[in-house]
Design a protein around this ligand. Structure first.
Ligand code: MN
Length: 245
């Protein structure tokens, strides 16, 4: 049976000759919509809704994927349906990195719903039940170098996630040869600020991401998140990012 990693590798080989934008990582080819164009489709979650229990509950995952991301895809398509056909040929990556060239009447829709589609597609790939999982190899060394230690990184990332006022995301990004922690409001992604800032890991701190299980206790959700990170995927993104940078 082919695992998802094998599938990604197979697609990677097939796509190996394509010229890729710096942040369009090869590991994303199979399930990331970055290189896809209108009309966008909701990708599958890639694992059962209950795969991250007890850290992220099945009902949250189902509603989050099917309804929230589903609505982002639908609304992004609605905005583009009314736009000049030239914009329907732009990839999701292009739409988000050239937002100031998107017609003003659909720009906010593309920013919010295109960003929502992009962020969630990435988020599902970053998650995997992985109790007390830790980064390894080059990524672990880079985290130690940038933040002092893995616990120090966890603390700084958790603080950034807790500090987001209202809805948004906290990120570990690679840009300019460095690892950095940042946050974005709403459904913004670091690539819209700077295409060379490649998000390696992100946490969704919209209430819809945790409220059913954790209610107002966002710090508890953030603590649980450390047991649900697909560090292999994050390490692959880091390896690709350092190669293309
Ligand atoms: Mn969300």
């Amino acid at each position: 049976m082919m695992t998802r990693r094998d599938a990604i590798r197979t697609v990677t080989l097939a796509a190996g000759t394509l010229a890729l934008a710096p942040s369009l990582l090869r590991a994303e080819q199979s399930s990331m919509p970055a290189s896809l164009t209108y009309p966008f489709k909701l990708p599958g979650l890639g694992y059962p809704y209950d795969a991250l229990e007890p850290y992220i509950d099945a009902q949250t995952m189902q509603i989050h994927h099917d309804k929230h991301q589903g609505a982002y895809v639908e609304n992004l398509n609605k905005a583009l349906a009314s736009a000049d056909p030239q914009y329907q040929k732009w990839t999701l990556q292009e739409l988000l990195t050239k937002l100031d060239e998107v017609p003003e009447n659909i720009r906010t829709m593309v920013r919010n719903h295109g960003g929502g589609h992009y962020n969630h597609s990435l988020f599902w790939l970053m998650l995997k039940k992985n109790e007390n999982g830790k980064p390894t190899g080059d990524l672990a060394n880079a985290i130690d170098k940038a933040f002092g230690s893995y616990p120090a990184f966890q603390q700084k990332f958790s603080e950034a996630a807790a500090r987001v006022f209202g809805s948004g995301w906290a990120w570990l990004v690679y840009g300019d040869g460095n690892l950095e922690i940042s946050s974005t409001p709403n459904q913004d992604n670091p690539i819209s600020k700077n295409e060379k800032e490649i998000p390696l890991l992100g946490i969704d701190v919209w209430e819809h991401a945790y409220y059913l299980k954790y209610q107002y206790r966002r710090p508890e959700y953030i603590k649980a998140f450390w047991n649900a990170i697909n560090w292999d995927f994050v390490a692959e993104r880091y390896a690709e990012a350092t190669k293309t940078a």
